[in-house]
Design a protein around this ligand. Structure first.
Ligand SMILES: Cc1ncc(COP(=O)(O)O)c(C=O)c1O
Length: 391
């Protein structure tokens, strides 16, 4: 009976760290007030919200804490940013630029805007998953109001040139949003230095709880709310605040930022060791994504002739958890839109799997994973009709 478990799907979600959990626990019983209440319980709850807001403000170098709005996660933050800005500036123009490799929460929000009469340009990426500045420039029109480009791609880990793209946007008086859900803790995020107007975050990718996130909105940027009600979050996001989640988010963002250098050093050595062991034991594969301009957390590999889903399932039997494509679309069988945009041939994209590491992975874990990986690949190739060396 297999009881060893190795979780290599940290880009999908992470465990809640004990530091984060310990800060959250009092909010479930002792600190149960509603931040909107005026009595002492309400004031205590408001103080906790303020502390979390300050922590996020400091971590991303926002100018004011009031620029941080709490949400139910990355999906809501992206929807709030895209729908909110598009609708607030619709009288100025109805054109938006985004990329072909965005998370569905950006692409589907844009699809909704198309139904409302907006025009969306989906810029392509190169074979490394990078958006090019000339491609952005090519799409800019007089009626462009928003450019939304993700900081780090969740499937391949490629890091975009956000500062340059934001600068171009501002040269043309266009608002710039970035989905930084996979970036926080992996790279330094400094909204003032990077000229970011709106930035989306989520807690559960950085050892915080699920179902909570934040949207940074630079003061002065107009945003049409997407929910209506009691006017919480300065009228931008009605609904009683998820206090335990928000406290967890604040702590998780603070820790991810504070420990970013040491964590990245660890992740890099785990990733490099994994790749060296793969190179030793396995033949015929390609690594998808940029060679250098990428996070240390994510490795996306296509093992030729081995269907990604079958490999994922065989590894699962050995207690190893990885994913094919992104977690959010892994139940769908179509080929990844990200790899498609990177012009990875369909038969190679169908062989892709994503390993996403955490700092708790040991060298012995990596050895075990690569041994099981080699066995699973040999087994699948022995029954495959596709010749590995040629796929
Ligand atoms: C890049 C990116 N954006 C947005 C999201 C959505 O975040 P959430 O799960 O908090 O809704 C994810 C989650 O997979 C993501 O990877």
């Amino acid at each position: 009976m297999m009881d060893r478990k190795i979780y290599l799907d940290n880009a999908a979600s992470t465990y809640v760290s004990s530091e984060v959990l310990n800060e959250m626990l009092p909010c479930f019983n002792a600190l149960y007030g509603n931040p909107s209440s005026l009595h002492s319980f309400g004031r205590d709850a408001t103080a906790m919200l303020d502390k979390a807001r300050d922590r996020i403000k400091d971590s991303i170098n926002a100018e004011k804490a009031s620029e941080i709005y709490f949400t139910s996660g990355g999906t809501e933050s992206n929807n709030m940013a895209i729908l909110g800005v598009a609708r607030a500036y619709a009288n100025k123009g109805k054109h938006i630029i985004t990329s072909q490799i965005e998370h569905p929460s950006v692409l589907e929000a844009c699809a909704q805007l198309e139904k409302e009469g907006f025009k969306i340009s989906y810029v392509p990426v190169d074979a490394n998953g990078l958006v090019s500045i000339p491609d952005i420039l090519h799409e800019i029109r007089k009626d462009t109001t928003l450019i939304s480009i993700m900081t780090v791609n969740n499937e391949v880990g490629t890091i975009q040139n956000i500062k340059s793209i934001a600068k171009i946007a501002h040269d043309y008086g266009i608002i710039f949003h970035t989905d930084a859900v996979q970036a926080i803790g992996q790279i330094v995020l400094n909204v003032q230095d990077m000229e970011i107007d709106l930035l989306s975050l989520s807690a559960h990718k950085i050892h915080g709880p699920k179902g909570v996130g934040a949207l940074y909105v630079k003061s002065g940027i107009k945003l049409e709310p997407i929910t209506y009600g009691g006017g919480q979050e300065r009228g931008k996001r009605s609904g009683t605040e998820n206090l335990p989640g928000i406290v967890g988010l604040g702590k998780a963002v603070e820790l991810a930022t504070k420990n970013h250098i040491i964590n990245n050093k660890k992740l890099k050595s785990i990733r490099d060791y994994f790749l060296s062991r793969v190179a030793e034991k396995i033949e015929f594969y390609q690594i998808n994504g940029h060679q250098h301009q990428k996070t240390n957390e994510i490795v996306n590999i296509s093992f030729y002739g081995v269907e990604g889903e079958s490999l994922m399932m065989l590894l699962d039997l050995a207690g190893i958890c990885i994913s094919t494509g992104s977690a959010c679309s892994s139940k769908a069988t179509q080929v990844s839109h990200v790899l498609k945009a990177m012009k990875v041939p369909e038969e190679v994209a169908a062989c892709s799997v994503r390993f996403s590491f955490d700092t708790n992975i040991s060298a012995a874990d990596v050895d075990y994973v690569v041994d099981e990986l080699a066995k699973a690949i040999a087994k699948l190739r022995s029954i495959s009709t596709v010749q590995a060396g040629r796929a």
